[in-house]
Design a binder for this molecule. Structure first.
Ligand code: APR
Length: 187
C-alpha cells in the first residue's frame, strides 16, 4: 500500500495518512486490541503478524502479572514492537459501540489519552494511531472523528512532549471522512 499524507493539523503535530499502521517508523504504534490481549483480526491481527511472537509473549506476561482478568476498556499497556519498524506497541481496548451505557465517547477518548500518557511516560515523541473502535467494534466513523480530534487538541495543547501524532487510515475515503467530521483546525 502506498503511503500518502492527506492533511496536517495542530501546527503539523497531527498528520492524517493513508497507509498501513504496521509499517510506520515511529516510536510507538497503537493497537486496537481486545481485553484478552491475545490478538484478533483487523489492526490487532496485522500487528501480531507483522511484529511476530515477541509481542504475544509480552502480552501474556502483562496478563499474568498486572491484568489477570484482561485489560479494561479505555486502558493501555506497552510492549515491544518485535519485527516492526516501530519501537513499541501501545495496546488499548476501545469501546464496543452501544455496549457501555452511553459511556462510549468517554472510553474512546480514554484510549487516546492513556496511550499518549504512556508514550510521554516512556519518553516517546512520535506515535501512530489507527481509527480505534471504528471496525469490528462498530463505532460510527464521524462520531469517533469528533472524539479523537477533541481529545488530541486537548492533550497536545497541554503537553509539548509529543512531537507527532499520525492518524493512519486504510483508505482515502476514511481519511477524508475523518477530516470532514473532525474539529481539527487544519494547517
Ligand atoms: N493499518 C491501519 N488501519 C487499519 C489496519 C492497518 N493495517 N487494519 C485495519 N485498520 C483499520 C480498520 O479499517 C478500522 O478503521 O483500523 C480500524 C479499527 O478496526 P479494527 O481493527 O476492527 O479495531 P476495532 O474496531 O477497535 O475492533 C477491535 O477487533 O481485531 C479485533 O482483536 C480485535 O477484538 C478486537 C476488535
Amino acid at each position: 500500500m502506498n503511503e500518502i499524507e492527506v492533511a496536517r493539523a495542530l501546527d503539523g503535530r497531527v498528520t492524517i495518512r493513508v497507509g498501513d499502521l504496521t509499517r510506520q517508523a515511529v516510536d510507538a504504534v497503537v493497537n486496537a486490541a481486545n481485553s484478552s490481549l491475545m490478538g484478533g483480526g483487523g489492526v490487532d491481527g496485522a500487528i501480531h503478524r507483522a511484529g511476530g511472537p515477541e509481542i504475544l509473549a509480552a502480552c501474556r506476561a502483562i496478563r499474568a502479572s498486572r491484568y489477570p482478568e484482561g485489560l479494561p476498556t479505555g486502558e493501555a499497556v506497552i510492549t515491544t514492537a518485535g519485527l516492526m519498524p516501530a519501537r513499541y506497541v501501545i495496546h488499548t481496548v476501545g469501546p464496543i459501540y452501544g455496549r457501555h451505557g452511553g459511556a462510549e465517547a468517554r472510553l474512546l477518548a480514554s484510549c487516546y489519552e492513556k496511550s499518549l500518557a504512556l508514550a510521554v511516560e516512556h519518553g516517546l515523541a512520535t506515535i501512530a494511531f489507527p481509527a480505534i473502535s471504528t471496525g469490528a467494534y462498530g463505532y460510527p466513523f464521524a462520531d469517533a472523528a469528533q472524539v479523537v480530534s477533541r481529545t488530541l487538541q486537548r492533550v497536545l495543547s497541554a503537553d509539548e512532549a509529543i512531537g507527532e501524532v499520525r492518524l493512519v487510515f486504510t483508505g482515502e475515503p476514511q481519511a477524508v471522512c475523518f477530516i470532514d467530521a473532525a474539529d481539527l483546525a487544519r494547517d
